[in-house]
Design a protein. Structure first.
Length: 219
């Protein structure tokens, strides 16, 4: 078996996606190792998840830095010490500068709670409801300088129910996220998914729309 893919995971809050990735690794379903967790908030509950899993972590509080560029430099310095194969944004709520993104181009992924390119930014669940969408979901994508616009790795659609409000829809999207994010990392770790010159490849061929779809197991 190939060596585990080394991950650095960036968090800002509860770290539930971090927890899902940790679980998949611990169960032997994901050939990866989280070598470090970084939070921009010292009170992030996700740090407890890292501690419980014996994963080293660092807090780099954005409030301690005069501007985004200086903060990003500190973040890069920390990440580069661990030489990860992949940097995973897991509920990381800071916009990263273009220089940071370019430094890790092709090694930086994010999960977004919508079927991109729909609903970039915040409040995605309410926006889907307001639009009367029949389905909503989650997207894993490579990060590029333009917010929530990088090439898509995987998407999981879920039906919008007549009984849904923003909270219930959010919970069901979370359920999708906990499956789709480890699966995307699994495909990258295995070499099945690669990124070259701004294009995502699946088994060395340009990924098509069908290959981007990932059906989740519903509760």
């Amino acid at each position: 078996m190939a060596a585990p893919l080394k991950l650095v995971v960036l968090i800002s809050g509860n770290g539930s996606n971090l927890g899902a990735i940790i679980s998949e690794i611990q169960q032997g379903h994901l050939n990866a190792e989280i070598v470090h967790v970084i939070s921009n908030r010292p009170d992030a509950n996700g740090l407890t998840r890292a501690q419980d899993a014996d994963i080293p972590f660092t807090v780099i509080d954005h409030k301690d830095y005069d501007n985004r560029e200086v903060f990003d430099q500190a973040l890069m310095h920390c990440i580069d010490q661990y030489q990860p194969g992949l940097i995973v944004l897991a509920g990381y709520m800071r916009i990263l500068g273009a220089a940071f993104v370019e430094h890790y181009m092709g090694k930086l992924i994010n999960i977004h709670p919508s079927l991109l390119p729909r609903y970039q930014g915040l409040n995605t669940h309410q926006r889907a409801l307001d639009a009367g969408d029949a389905e909503h979901g989650a997207t894993v994508h490579y990060v590029t300088p333009e917010l929530d616009s990088g090439p898509i790795i995987l998407q999981s659609p879920i039906p919008v129910l007549e009984s849904d409000d923003a909270d219930s829809l959010e919970q069901r999207v979370h359920h999708a996220e906990y499956q789709i994010y480890p699966e995307a990392i699994r495909r990258i770790a295995s070499g099945q998914v690669t990124f070259r010159n701004g294009v995502v490849y699946y088994n060395d061929k340009k990924m098509n729309d069908e290959q981007r779809q990932f059906a989740i197991k519903l509760n």
